[in-house]
Design a protein around this ligand. Structure first.
Ligand SMILES: Cc1cc2nc3c(=O)[nH]c(=O)nc-3n(C[C@H](O)[C@H](O)[C@H](O)COP(=O)(O)OP(=O)(O)OC[C@H]3O[C@@H](n4cnc5c(N)ncnc54)[C@H](O)[C@@H]3O)c2cc1C
Length: 295
């Protein structure tokens, strides 16, 4: 019978609940590919029920307080613990004041139940092209700390995603923190998402960031989700925007460039053509919003 998301979990596994990052990395070093980290479990448990993953060891991150800090300033950058929930992130004043796009992505993240359980680290490590926080963090030039028992490295998010479900994370590594450079003055950002129903993942989503100098776009980033094998940065669209005087016609033009730059597919959620049309519109609208916020 085809496995569904609604039956109980049959396969047996050992459940570990470390209380420190070091203990978790020790367990990962010991069990390697036989283990799977569980944060909120909103992706992992579905995958286990569907029998796409059958780890012999599940390592829960729930009891590790060091992974749970909401955005805080550390040596000039904002740092977020990997195990912060989408709900906590949405409620953090820092998100709404400094990172409007991220706050919007968290606000529209499925249902309240999912928002309470799902974490930002899980959203990135699951590596879905539809991960809502990924385009936001890409426009903020975020990086992630990956820790193993013996090593630690910081990887720019632009280098983190490899393919659907695949990242540069090694089997013995834990994503511990997300770092976002402090926004410069006159920065505005916005996130927009189109989905079949509110509780679903996106058909297309887009995040943009604009830094303004008077009427001119001094710097910008544009990133999209559900339009390519990994969360996608639209570099041609950015190039058409930076250095120009901002107008609604320019926003429209840049939206069209972004729509031609993406590589969407047909799937159960939308056709390629629909995704391209919607991408042009939501990039345009997100640019208009971000521009207003950059004052
Ligand atoms: C009904 C429903 C609606 C959803 N709606 C949305 C939506 O609107 N937008 C959206 O983006 N997603 C959505 N999702 C997907 C999911 O909720 C998110 O991807 C969520 O952020 C995953 O976080 P988690 O903490 O639950 O991850 P988990 O399921 O615990 O983990 C996901 C993967 O990441 C790995 N992992 C987790 N944390 C770490 C870490 N710190 N270090 C290393 N590896 C780690 C796990 O081993 C696993 O492979 C939805 C899921 C469901 C079931």
């Amino acid at each position: 019978m085809f496995p569904t998301n609604t039956h109980i979990l049959f396969p047996e596994f050992d459940y570990h609940a470390p209380t420190t990052i070091y203990e978790a990395t020790e367990l990962l070093a010991q069990y390697g590919d036989d283990a799977r980290v569980m944060a909120g479990g909103t992706d992992l448990l579905v995958q286990m029920k569907m029998e796409r993953r059958q780890p012999a060891h599940v390592i829960s991150l729930q009891r590790i307080n060091a992974l749970k800090h909401i955005p805080r300033l550390e040596t000039g950058d904002w740092s977020i613990g990997a195990n912060v929930s989408i709900r906590q992130l949405f409620q953090s004043p820092v998100s709404s004041l400094q990172f409007s796009a991220l706050a919007e992505a968290c606000n529209w993240f499925s249902t309240v139940q999912i928002m309470y359980m799902a974490t930002i680290g899980g959203n990135l490590c699951n590596a879905s092209p539809a991960a809502d926080t990924a385009p936001c963090l890409l426009v903020y030039d975020a990086s992630v700390t990956l820790k193993s028992k013996t090593n630690e490295r910081v990887v720019p998010l632009t280098d983190f995603f490899l393919a659907p479900g695949k990242t540069v994370l090694r089997a013995d590594e834990l994503l511990t923190h997300i770092h976002i450079p402090r926004p410069v003055p006159n920065t505005g950002s916005a996130f927009l998402k189109i989905s079949r129903v509110a509780a679903d993942i996106s058909q297309v989503c887009a995040a943009v960031k604009i830094v303004r100098d008077g009427n001119v776009v001094q710097d910008a980033r544009i990133a999209l989700g559900s339009v390519a094998p990994t969360p996608f940065r639209a570099v041609n669209a950015k190039a058409a925007l930076v250095g120009e005087t901002f107008t609604s016609e320019l926003a429209e033009h840049v939206g069209n460039i972004a729509a031609h730059e993406i590589k969407p597919i047909d799937d159960v959620r939308a056709t390629r053509e629909y995704r391209q049309r919607v991408a042009a519109v939501i990039v345009r609208d997100a640019l208009l919003k971000a521009w207003e916020r950059s004052l």
